[in-house]
Design a protein around this ligand. Sequence first.
Ligand SMILES: [Zn+2]
Length: 308
Amino acid sequence: MHLHVFAGNPLDRGDVYRRDQTWLEAQAINSRSRFLPLWQLNVLIQAEPETRLGWVSPAAIARLDIAVPPVFLGLLEDVAHFATDVSQLGDPRHELNLEESWRFEEARTAATYLSPTETGILAQSKAQLDWHRRHQFCSVCGQPTVLGRGGHIRKCMACKVEHFPRTDPVAIMVVTDGDRCLLGQSRGRLARTGAYSALAGFMDQGESIEAAVRREVKEEAGIEVGQVRYHSSQPWPFPSSLMIGCHARALTTDIHKDDAEMTDVQWFDRADVLAALRGDHPHLRVPAPIAIAHHLIKAWAEGDVRWD
Ligand SMILES: [Zn+2]
């Protein structure tokens, strides 16, 4: 099984340690600890001697005038790793005293060149810091919340409710009918780029993965689906999705697309899909390997999906 971009996080999230506030405070000033700054959710990248995540020292963070506590990501070889939101800084590169070649990069762009383990750390960092930015107030009573357990919860000091980071599950599926598969072009990004991808949609409450797959395919394409098989999953921190990749077997073949959501839905023959994956099809384009959709489409096209 391949490892998806954003799915290779090597950190031990240290659930026992993060409950110990004294330990967390000691790690935050331990000179071996590493801090990953994100500015407006763009991640720090160092370019020399190689392009990778731009970790800085606790001393560099201590010099900054920021009120936001860091988020403890976890441990790697006994070294504590933190992510810090430096969005308050007007000129973060100057205030962090960075070398000329260091830069803040948008996460999706950075993910195209970072290693799998680094994109995993990036996914955790970006999703966590974004969640903290969006949950400054209690959704029960409206009072301010504070960060706890190194970032794994936010606590309301007024009504004492604990809020946990949210992950939004998305079912994404390649529907197949013998030697062809169903791909669509949703309004927005895909329509702008002219690419076709697997159908996908947020799971509803009180819904199994299989039910979500059948519902989404019915809604977007008017196709009835029978068997559903799980393939793999991918964290997708935009802002906090988990893509749950499946293959599904069509029971009907007549397409009735949802015009509000989709610009086009079509059946594509395996030979066309294989050419598109290689990048040498005259007009069909499919998502790049950064997206789980690419691997779901590829697995089917290369014959790795078998129905009994
Ligand atoms: Zn509250």
